[in-house]
Design a protein. Structure first.
Length: 326
């Protein structure tokens, strides 16, 4: 065979090779395109985002109670909390914007002190902790005159450097002022001690307590066990206010007390009258010492009696230390 015949025979073979390569290239491109279209996109899981939000809310709900606040415990009622804190339960409702006084939850944080009282205390504490020096009104004038006498030339007066300026800086009065400066700074660094607020009411001693009922004392105050005294009597016997004041509670919402009347006498002292048959006063009513406020009974009790308590800043105290001897 001649050379021309070999060339003609090889032409179809080369053509087929080129076509095969083209087909392979097209197939590879199609496969790549399909693979790209089928690759899933990566988004943050919904559960991850929700989990972050839940953690923040959980942290907020577990905020510990501080001064003026109370963490609700199992078995608490708003009425019981108010009695233990020496506050009117209606005030606690207002301070906490509660829609339903009976709807409080375990670990809920309640404000149990007036907002204005807490604000004053917080301001005093922050000033003391910041180390701010408290001075009398006449003190700044002396301090100002002392600081005006300090010579800080040449830099302070922005004068050009000279031997005269250096001499003035080295005068004894400048040295004395410089020596006094660290002492003032040290004194200012010492935190000022805030005096504790006086909690004794001037009217506490002027109540002039009287006995709330006639009868024999059948149970005495015992710290940690009995929060007051029990006075025996007859069903329907008169119960009178042991001191003048304002009725801050009249009802049966506190377990173990039955029909209960609470009278607030001062910002520190209140008295409680429990197990009554009937109550003859209303919440918010002002009562005078010796005024009939209830009739003795046995509600939530095993016998007819009056359970009488005196509480100082919400804490039960021995009534025998306040009542006259008889």
């Amino acid at each position: 065979m001649n050379a021309a015949g070999v060339t003609c025979a090889a032409a179809p073979y080369e053509h087929n090779e080129r076509m095969n390569k083209i087909r392979l290239s097209i197939s590879a491109a199609l496969l790549g395109l399909l693979a790209a279209c089928s690759t899933p996109r990566h988004f943050a899981p919904v559960s991850d985002r929700a989990q972050g939000t839940g953690t923040t809310e959980s942290a907020r709900s577990q905020t510990p109670a501080g001064p003026g606040y109370y963490n609700v415990k199992k078995g608490d009622t708003l009425y019981r909390i108010a009695l233990d804190q020496g506050q009117a339960y209606r005030d606690i409702v207002v301070w906490n914007n509660l829609a339903n006084p009976n709807d409080i939850k375990v670990d809920q944080v309640l404000r149990v002190r007036p907002p204005d009282a807490e604000a004053g205390g917080a301001q005093t504490g922050s000033i003391a902790s910041a180390g701010v020096e408290v001075r009398a009104l006449s003190a700044p004038a002396a301090a100002s005159s002392g600081s005006a006498g300090n010579k800080t030339a040449p830099r302070g007066d922005k004068r050009p450097y000279s031997e005269r300026a250096l001499t003035e800086l080295q005068k004894p009065e400048a040295a004395t002022a410089t020596a006094k400066a660290p002492a003032t700074a040290t004194a200012a660094a010492v935190p000022a001690k805030a005096e504790p607020a006086k909690t004794v009411d001037a009217d506490d001693d002027g109540i002039g307590w009287i006995w709330p009922a006639e009868g024999k004392v059948i149970a005495v105050f015992e710290d940690g066990k009995s929060k007051g005294i029990d006075i025996s009597g007859k069903l329907g016997q008169q119960v009178i206010a042991a001191g003048s004041g304002k009725v801050m509670y009249a009802g049966s919402g506190i377990r173990g007390y039955g029909n209960l009347v609470i009278v607030k006498h001062t910002s520190n002292l209140l008295s409680a009258y429990a197990h009554n048959k009937t109550i003859t006063v209303k919440e918010g009513q002002s009562v005078n010492k010796g005024q009939v406020i209830a009739e003795m009974g046995n509600t939530d009790a095993d016998a007819v009696k009056l359970h009488f308590e005196i509480r100082q800043q919400g804490k039960p105290v021995d009534p025998s230390k306040f009542l006259p001897s008889r």
